[in-house]
Design a protein around this ligand. Structure first.
Ligand SMILES: *Cc1c(COP(=O)(O)O)cnc(C)c1O
Length: 399
């Protein structure tokens, strides 16, 4: 073995990295020094700032309730709980998602009806939703896969005709627009964003539940913190004696800390810039990979709409001669971190066994899964990193 390789070995390019700046760090330090580290003034400020952001930068009365939580999973759970979903109920969602979307339904003792995707968008297929509705169906949970908006007109049309609730899993969708309106503003019962480490903005762990329904918001706030009718910061700052509170339900422990909210305050001010950089990288990938036997990611169906580009997912086309696993092995060998989004829920033992699911029930998700690879796409990638990914993908195809 030689100590002097003929070519410099490039460091491994991770699949995802968060972009945390000095302002985020300073705000976290300020929180640590302030004496108030759990849910308090910064969490509240973050909730206000999030509502203002969704409202196009206009503060004040916009009717959006933003409820900061310690994960999107928690936010989805709170939304369904507040809607009264429980045993005997069915909730329809896509098989092509992360298990969090579906598991929260099981937390509540309700059943999950998984349905197939539209292969053109990789989003839940409205026709499949319609076909899965039974008298037990209570709610639809669309997922804006990769950051591409679900056709919310189609979802709301179905929901209205069948009297169903809609809870959007918007974990990938900040900022995403459908027909010019940000995800978060459409007429759903609740919309939940994720600030997990690899999402389009991060608080380490965190999420935001957004709703226009004041009753749902009130219930979610109580259930977010043990079913207490006043939160700790209320008690700390209120004029009435601070020791007194009442438990009105067996709640959860889902509050977002001020340490996390400190990160979120600054990430949120940068989110539009992040989207611009993600879009730039996606556009460069599109142009440099166009001649390969790949199906490139779908673009928004309405001109001018924003794609959040949480993920850049390519699929091997029917003419491709290498397999998905060969493509992944080749990219890893060249030091490129990649992933697969997702191993569909119908293939996981729990979901498969619980509902006796077979791949033939989900032909589009199954085919997409067998052919898909997510390439690295994040704001900290340099132009040279982007070109390196392109070179490695082209090399895998012998180009
Ligand atoms: C990340 C993710 C979640 C869960 O988000 P957490 O904040 O980690 O709980 C839910 N749904 C989808 C589609 C996700 O990608």
């Amino acid at each position: 073995m030689s100590n002097t390789p003929s070519q410099p070995v490039l460091p491994f390019l991770p699949f995802a990295l968060p972009e945390i700046g000095e302002e985020e760090i300073a705000e976290v330090v300020d929180t640590l020094r302030s004496g108030w580290v759990t849910t308090g003034p910064k969490a509240r400020k973050f909730e206000e700032a999030f509502g203002t952001y969704l409202n196009g930068g206009q503060a004040g009365e916009h009717g959006l309730h933003c409820i900061a939580v310690n994960s999107a999973t928690a936010g989805l759970h709170l939304a369904l709980e507040a809607l009264g979903i429980g045993p005997g109920d069915e909730v329809i969602t896509t098989t092509h998602t992360f298990t969090a979307t579906a598991e929260v339904v099981r937390y509540l003792g309700a059943d999950v009806k998984l349905v197939d995707i539209d292969p053109a968008t990789l989003n839940i297929d409205p026709a499949a939703i319609e076909a899965a509705i039974t008298p037990r169906t209570k709610c639809i949970m669309p997922v804006h896969y990769a950051g591409l908006a679900v056709d919310m007109d189609a979802i709301h049309d179905i929901a209205q005709r069948h009297g169903l609730k809609v809870v959007e899993d918007a974990a990938h969708a900040l900022p995403t627009t459908f027909k010019g309106q940000l995800v978060g503003l459409h007429a759903s019962d609740a919309v939940v964003f994720s600030f997990y480490a690899n999402k389009t903005m991060t608080t380490g762990e965190g999420g935001m539940l957004v709703t226009r329904n004041a009753e749902l918001a009130a219930r979610a706030k109580v259930m977010r913190l043990h079913g207490i009718n006043r939160d700790a910061f209320d008690r700390f700052t209120a004029k009435v004696p601070s020791w007194y509170y009442e438990i009105v339900a067996p709640g959860f422990k889902y509050n977002l800390t001020d340490i996390a909210a400190a990160l979120g305050l600054h990430q949120l001010t940068r989110i539009d810039g992040f989207q611009v950089r993600r879009e730039q990288i996606a556009t460069r990938f599109d142009e440099a990979l166009a001649d390969l036997p790949l199906v490139l990611p779908p673009r928004p169906q309405h001109a001018g709409d924003l794609h959040a580009w949480h993920l850049y997912v390519v699929r091997l086309s029917d003419e491709a001669t290498l397999t998905r696993d060969q493509l992944i092995d080749s990219l890893f060998a060249d030091g490129i971190g990649v992933s697969v989004h997702y191993i569909p829920l119908h293939l996981h033992p729990y979901w498969k066994e619980r509902y006796d699911l077979q791949p033939v029930q989900f032909p589009h998700s199954q085919k997409a899964y067998e052919r898909m690879v997510s390439l690295p796409l994040y704001t900290r990638m340099t132009d040279a990193d982007v070109e390196r990914v392109i070179t490695a993908v082209r090399k895998a195809f012998g180009r």
